[in-house]
Design a binder for this molecule. Structure first.
Ligand code: FES
Length: 109
């Protein structure tokens, strides 16, 4: 499996967007880093399916403690992708499982 990037290439905390194969389709995905942990999701808000970010690699809220959809300000838990505030409360981002292997961020099956 091809690595997405070096873990050090993602701010801590922070996020970075990639293009990757998801279920046979090339999709926009993003990876959030929190210390040595990484969490990946498809970049599509469960509200209307739009990309969450308006600026490159900006996926976290002001406090850097939640994932933010910049369209209508939905908030999502970083670790679960579950929406905790906004128009899609209770719904979840589509996971794009990732892991850190030898300091590299890699997709996992
Ligand atoms: S598109 Fe994400 S909250 Fe509306």
């Amino acid at each position: 499996m091809t690595a997405l990037c070096d873990l050090a290439d993602i701010a801590d905390p922070g996020a970075r967007e990639f293009r990757a194969e998801v279920d046979g389709e090339r999709r926009r995905v993003f990876v959030v880093r929190r210390g040595g942990e990484v969490f990946g999701y498809v970049n599509a808000c469960p509200h209307v399916g739009a990309p969450l970010n308006l600026e490159d690699d900006k996926f976290l809220d002001l406090f850097q403690t939640s994932i933010l959809c910049a369209n209508h300000f939905a908030l999502f838990e970083i670790a679960s992708g579950r929406c905790t505030r906004g128009p899609c409360v209770g719904r979840s981002l589509i996971p794009f499982p990732v892991a850190v292997r030898d300091g590299m961020v890699v997709p996992v099956e």
